[in-house]
Ligand binder design. Structure first.
Ligand code: PLP
Length: 427
């Protein structure tokens, strides 16, 4: 607005008074107009490709039952990463309120200047204990934890071996480091072994994988990966965003589920999904690594501390999980209820026994139409299609939460059966 006003004024008496400034302003205006047109073309291309990501507006807390702008009444939410239902758990919310009152809204600082409170140290200790690792460092997000790790740990003499379907933040983090890069085929141990042989002359070797891959809900073959890593003298890193809090008998994650907690050296995960759902990420692993990250990791050094209410809520979530595995277990039972009922109804559900339950449909338009129809039955789910998933593998990704009741799950299955029949997916 200010620029437009300045340019308009420039046509009048101001032109004579400030000719040089006016010429600069109109060049600035032309540059902004050119950028606007480039951006608008880009946006039009996304719309034309059918890959536009719309955002529905929620007018309530996150939870199993939500209010969505434009829809009447309660909507059943089956597309959040709120695996344990802790996002609006009363104790988790209260802990955030208490921390806000006691420690304020934020630190106005990065950790190493004046941004470390006792609650940050306490949460780091609890997370290290939860994962049974030596130490922990907090970040503003797991995206940051992934962006900040590899550059610090690996140099040009080292090698990183990464699953081709790893999360975007891992891919970006690896791009920032100077190690030799090897991309192995998705969960393919033979290909990983070939790449480990190629990397044998490197100083350090790090195998990098998501514990759970979020598009398919498939679980990395960690026992085989650890066997190979040990055979070729490599370390193992896992991203546990879709596992922390609920996979394994005590919800410790994929490494607990597959019995390799003592064979995986480094874990990154998020506070923004099962652990209260606010924001934040972290690395747990060997003490010297965590200490070096505090010295050198750029997203840690150059970005603000986690706000106290976020730390308070996450701490309570971790305490709940350290005290009991009841919530994690109830989520597992609900996942099996959904998977079994859907399979019996004739749907194909991809992945293993994970609360990410992709209902495979193949066709992109079908996935989008069915997701829209599900909303008419009061169920909020999202269709995923290319380029988020491979061509011809469109699906509706359902995510089960401990906050869903058995009735919620049965209602969701009924809605799928009715919309599936309408669209000829099942008979
Ligand atoms: N890694 C994986 C596998 C994820 O799914 C996500 C989030 O979608 C992230 C990292 C980033 O986590 P955060 O939201 O804490 O930045």
């Amino acid at each position: 607005m200010a620029l437009r006003a300045a340019v308009t004024r420039a046509g009048g008496p101001l032109r004579a008074a400030f000719p040089a400034r006016t010429a600069k302003a109109s060049r600035g205006y032309a540059a902004a107009a050119q950028a606007r047109s480039v951006l608008e073309n880009e946006l039009a291309a996304i719309r034309a490709a059918g890959t536009w990501k719309g955002e529905r507006v929620i007018k309530s807390k996150q939870g199993a039952h939500i209010h969505v702008d434009g829809s009447r009444g309660d909507i059943l939410n089956f597309c959040a990463n709120n695996y344990l239902g802790l996002s609006s758990h009363p104790e988790v919310v209260q802990a955030g309120v208490d921390a806000l009152k006691m420690y304020g809204a934020g630190l106005s600082s990065v950790r190493f200047i004046c941004g470390t409170q006792d609650i940050h140290k306490d949460l780091e200790q609890k997370l290290a204990k939860f994962h049974e690792r030596e130490d922990c460092i907090l970040y503003a997000s797991c995206f940051d934890a992934n962006a900040g790790l590899f550059e610090v740990l690996l140099g040009p003499d080292d090698a990183v071996l990464s699953d081709e379907l790893n999360h975007a933040s891992i891919i970006d983090g690896i791009r920032l480091c100077r190690a030799k890069r090897f991309r192995y085929k998705h969960m393919d141990l033979n290909d990983l072994e070939d790449k480990l042989k190629e990397a044998e002359s490197s100083r350090l070797r790090l195998v990098v994988t998501d514990g759970v891959f979020s598009m398919d809900g498939d679980i990395a073959p960690l026992q085989g990966i650890c066997d190979l890593a040990e055979k070729y003298g490599a370390m193992v890193f896992i991203d546990e965003c879709h596992a922390t809090g609920f996979l394994g008998a005590r919800g410790r994650g994929t490494d607990e589920l597959l019995g390799v907690m003592d064979r995986v050296q480094i874990v990154n995960s998020t506070l923004g999904k099962a652990l209260g759902g606010a924001a934040g990420g972290y690395t747990v692993g060997p003490k010297p690594l965590i200490e070096l990250l505090r010295q050198r990791s750029r997203p840690y050094l150059f970005s603000n501390s986690l706000p106290p209410p976020v730390v308070g809520s996450a701490t309570r979530a971790v305490e709940l999980l350290l005290a009991s595995n009841e919530i994690a277990q109830s989520m597992a039972a609900k996942t099996m209820r959904f998977r079994n009922a859907m399979t019996q109804a004739g749907f194909t559900i991809s992945g293993a026994a994970h609360p990410i339950c992709p209902v495979m449909l193949g066709d992109a338009q079908l996935a989008s139409l069915m997701a829209d129809d599900m909303l008419n039955f009061g169920v909020y789910v999202i269709g995923f299609s290319y380029p988020v998933v491979p061509k011809g593998k469109a699906r509706i990704r359902v995510q089960i939460s401990a906050a869903h009741t058995d009735q919620d799950i049965d209602h969701c299955v009924d809605a799928f059966i009715q919309t599936g029949r309408k669209h000829g997916v099942i008979s």
